[in-house]
Design a protein around this ligand. Structure first.
Ligand code: NAP
Ligand code: GLV
Length: 339
C-alpha cells in the first residue's frame, strides 16, 4: 500500500503540510473560500483522512458515503460542532481537535471585544476618522462618548472551561467580581479566582458583562434567547466568542433595538459570513469581528501543527493525543493497515 491520502480543506502553515507529507499523499484545497459540500463529499470518498476547519460540514451522510476508506477527521479548531461525532464513532472514524493552544489568543480577543464595547472604541474611531470630531469642534468634552468602567463590576462567565477561566483570570486583574455557570462546579477556579458558581438565571441577572464560552451542543443551542435577554441588566454588555447559535440572533436584535441590554460584542454568528446589511450591522453599540478568536500567527501555527500531529500519530498506528471520541478505539484500532 502507498501512502494514505489526506484532503486538507484550506491553506495551512507550510510546516504542517511538511509534516503531513512524511505520512500522507496530501491533496490541498488552496482557494480562499471553503470547498462546497459536493467537493468535500467527493474528496472525502477518495481520502483516508480529512484535515478540516470549523466551516466544513462533516455530517453523517458524508461519513457514511466515505466508508470504508475514510478513517480520521482532524479538525483545526477546538470546537467540532460541524462534525457528527456520534456517527463517526459508530463508523469507527477517529475525530480530533486542537484544544488548549488557542486559549490565550481567544481570551485576548474576548478582552479586546469587552474593552471595545465598554469604552465604545469603534464608535470613537469612527467619530475621529470620519471627521465628526473636527466638524463639531467638540475638543475635550466631559460628557463625550462615556462608557462603562470595569473595576468592581461583575463579570459573568457562561462556560468556565479553558477559555472562560482565562477570561475570568484577566477580569480579576481589572478588579472585577467573577461569577460563572457550568453544569459542574469548578472548585479550583473558585479558589484561585474567587469565582462564585451561580444558576443561569442568577448569571443573567447579576452580570455587567456576560461572556459566553460554552461549546455549541443541542443543549446550548439558543441557550440565550428572548427570555434570557430580558433577564439581563439594561446596562449589561453581552459578549459571544463561542458559537453564534448559542444566542438566538433574532432575539438579540430585538434586545438591542428595545434596549434590554446596553451593548453586544460578537466574534461568531449563526450564519458565517454575516450577510451584508444584516440588522446587527446597524447598531452603534455592537462590536463585530469575523470569527478571529484564535487568529494570531503564533496560535494558528500551533493549531496547524496540532492537527497535523494528530494525523501523523494516527498514521503511525497510535491513538492521537487530541481524540474527541475515545470510544472509537473499541470500534477500530488506530492506523490504516488493520481492519
Ligand atoms: P472547554 O474547556 O471544553 O470549556 C467549555 C465549558 O463549557 C466547560 O467548562 C463546560 O463545563 C461548559 N459547558 C458545556 N456545556 C454546558 C452547558 N450546557 N451549560 C453550561 N456550561 C456548559 O472549551 P474551550 O476550549 O474553553 O472552548 C469553548 C468553546 O469556545 C469551543 O467549543 C468553541 O466553540 C469556542 N471557541 C471559539 C473561538 C473563536 O474563534 N471565536 C476560538 C476558540 C474556541 P461543564 O461540562 O461542567 O458544563
Ligand atoms: C474556533 O472557533 C475554534 O473552535 O477553534
Amino acid at each position: 500500500m502507498g501512502k494514505p491520502r489526506v484532503f486538507v480543506t484550506r491553506e495551512v502553515f507550510p510546516e504542517a503540510l511538511k509534516l503531513l507529507e512524511q505520512y500522507y499523499e496530501v491533496e490541498l484545497w488552496d482557494r480562499f473560500q471553503p470547498p462546497p459540500y459536493e467537493v468535500l463529499l467527493r474528496e472525502a470518498k477518495r481520502s483516508d483522512a480529512l484535515y478540516t476547519l470549523l466551516s466544513d460540514k462533516v455530517d453523517c451522510m458524508l461519513l457514511e458515503e466515505s466508508q470504508p476508506r475514510l478513517r480520521i477527521v482532524a479538525q483545526m479548531a477546538v470546537g467540532y460542532d460541524n462534525i457528527d461525532v456520534e456517527c463517526a464513532t459508530r463508523l469507527g472514524v477517529y475525530v480530533t481537535n486542537t484544544p488548549g493552544v488557542l486559549t490565550e489568543a481567544t481570551a485576548e480577543l474576548t478582552w479586546a471585544l469587552i474593552l471595545a464595547a465598554a469604552r465604545r472604541i469603534v464608535e470613537a474611531d469612527h467619530y475621529v476618522r470620519w471627521g465628526e470630531w473636527w466638524r463639531t469642534r467638540t475638543g475635550w468634552h466631559p460628557m463625550m462618548l462615556l462608557g462603562m468602567e470595569l473595576q468592581d463590576k461583575t463579570l459573568g462567565v457562561l462556560g468556565m472551561g479553558r477559555i472562560g477561566a482565562r477570561v475570568a483570570e484577566i477580569g480579576k486583574a481589572f478588579g472585577m467580581n467573577i461569577i460563572y455557570h457550568n453544569r459542574r462546579r469548578r472548585p479550583e477556579a473558585e479558589e484561585r479566582l474567587g469565582a462564585r458558581w451561580v444558576t443561569l438565571e442568577e448569571l443573567l441577572r447579576e452580570s455587567d458583562v456576560l461572556t459566553i464560552h460554552v461549546p455549541l451542543t443541542p443543549e446550548t443551542k439558543h441557550m440565550i434567547g428572548e427570555k434570557e435577554l430580558r433577564m439581563m441588566k439594561p446596562t449589561a454588555i453581552l459578549v459571544n466568542v463561542a458559537r453564534g447559535a448559542v444566542v438566538d440572533t433574532e432575539a438579540l436584535v430585538k434586545a438591542l433595538r428595545e434596549g434590554w441590554i446596553a451593548a453586544a460584542a460578537l466574534d461568531v454568528f449563526e450564519e458565517e459570513p454575516l450577510p451584508e446589511n444584516h440588522p446587527l450591522t446597524a447598531f452603534k453599540n455592537v462590536v463585530l469581528a469575523p470569527h478571529i478568536g484564535s487568529a494570531t500567527r503564533e496560535t494558528r501555527l500551533k493549531m496547524s501543527m496540532m492537527a497535523a500531529e494528530n494525523l501523523a500519530a494516527f498514521a503511525r498506528g497510535e491513538v492521537p493525543l487530541n481524540l474527541v471520541n475515545p470510544e472509537v478505539v473499541k470500534v477500530r484500532p488506530p492506523g490504516f493497515h488493520q481492519d
